[in-house]
Design a protein around this ligand. Structure first.
Ligand code: ADP
Ligand code: GN1
Ligand code: MG
Length: 369
């Protein structure tokens, strides 16, 4: 993980007017991509902010990325205002620099942004109960519906081929052939798992190329820790982490949530006996997502939701394994072997989904109007 000199924080924070008070900052959250910090300004009142150094190895055009986020959040604010909601709480707000820019480039070329911290919320790494997952399904479904009218042609593709599963397979094979860390010999089982699933990888992209599935404006990173819930009512408050809002498939947003949340253990749980795909959680998410977004989706989009779940899980496992082979430079890791543990949980979930494939399809049919 990139080390940031303490003086740099002073430089960055002084580019913003965060009001009177003493400023402190501390690393925050469990995102895998950006460097996230909680900034507290203690004065007459206390204000908190999220300060992020954008990962520019991954997001190579931060200016275009911030344009996407400013565009999407302004659009969402209009929708929220129209229905009398709280525009400061129900979507993110970009804090501008003193010279009115949505991000700050520091003297080492690091790129930073600030959002007000959305107070009285919680961010879950695993769902505590069925209701949390059902709530998140409705919120992600609503997010997609809210953006249905957003002009996709104005969106910059922040990571090209982000959920292009055949391309992820190609990148995995390249990493395997290069084997720069000499790790391939230890992961024979995982390599076989990927190669046995080669034919599956293009299922959704083939339907898209054939014009049978529409591209929509989607979030593309719908895991449970990218949503904030009210700490009193446990209702959904705000969808966060908008870096990957781009045209995509509805089933992929559905599927990525299932990948992360329809399981009672962590994404990097080393003990695979604890990792089990939960049909009960799958059903709760399907119910919530289709209740809200179902009428906006085509019959084939609904029918292929289980494919979204399976392929997002397989794809994410391949991405973790690719990163493991390449030396763990994409996803933040905090211990050796973490990306391999993450890979194994994903492949275990794919295996479980295959065992429950008929039930998954039946559940989707049962919640189709
Ligand atoms: P990453 O892209 O690295 O996942 P995120 O944008 O998801 O980064 O932020 C990481 C974590 O920071 C989130 O999971 C959440 O806990 C917290 N977070 C981000 N933005 C806010 C916000 N505006 N208010 C409260 N918490 C936030
Ligand atoms: C990353 O940014 P974060 O931590 O919410 C990744 C997702 C993966 C996820 C796996 C931009 O999500 O695609 O599914 O890790 N985000 C990016 O946990 O690559
Ligand atoms: Mg995140």
């Amino acid at each position: 993980m990139l080390q940031i000199a303490p003086e740099l924080y002073d430089e960055v924070l002084s580019a913003y007017d965060l009001g009177e008070g003493t400023i402190t900052h501390t690393p925050y959250g469990e995102g895998h991509i950006n460097n996230t910090n909680l900034v507290t300004v203690t004065g007459k009142d206390t204000r908190r902010y999220i300060l992020q150094r954008i990962n520019t190895d991954i997001f190579t055009d931060p200016s275009a990325l911030m344009k996407n986020i400013c565009g999407v959040t302004s659009y969402l604010k209009e929708i929220i205002a129209k229905r009398g909601g709280d525009t400061t709480r129900e979507t993110m707000t970009v804090v501008y620099t003193r010279d009115r820019k949505p991000f700050y480039t520091d003297s080492t070329q690091g790129v930073w942004r600030i959002y007000p911290f959305i107070e009285h919320t919680i961010c879950l790494q695993q769902c505590r109960n069925i209701r949390d997952f059902y709530t998140s399904a409705r919120a992600f479904g609503q997010f997609q519906k809210n953006l249905a009218g957003y002009d996709a042609s104005t969106l910059h593709e922040t990571i090209p081929d982000f959920h292009n599963t055949p391309d992820r397979l190609r990148k995995f094979k390249e990493a395997l052939a290069a084997d720069v860390m000499h790790r391939a010999a230890d992961i024979k089982e995982e390599i076989t798992f990927v190669l046995n699933h080669e034919a599956d990888c293009s299922y959704m992209t083939d339907l898209l190329s054939a014009g049978k599935l529409p591209l929509r404006v989607t979030h593309n990173d719908t895991k449970l820790n990218n949503i904030l819930l009210d700490d009193q009512t446990n209702d959904a408050v705000c969808i966060i982490d908008l870096d990957t809002v781009m045209p995509g498939l509805a089933a992929n947003d559905f599927g990525d949530s299932i990948r992360f949340g329809a399981n009672h253990n962590a994404e990097d749980e080393p003990d695979l006996s604890k990792v089990n795909f939960s049909l009960e959680l799958f059903e709760a998410y399907t119910k919530g997502f289709l209740e809200v977004a179902g009428d906006a989706l085509t019959p084939l989009e609904i029918e292929t939701l289980p494919w979204g779940a399976k392929l997002m899980t397989l794809e994410c496992g391949m991405r973790f394994l690719t990163d493991y082979l390449e030396g763990d430079h994409y996803f933040a890791t905090h211990r050796p072997g973490q990306n391999l543990d993450r890979t194994r949980t994903q492949f275990k979930l794919v295996h479980d989904m295959e065992e429950h494939w008929d039930e998954m399809n039946t559940i989707v049919r049962n919640y189709t109007k």
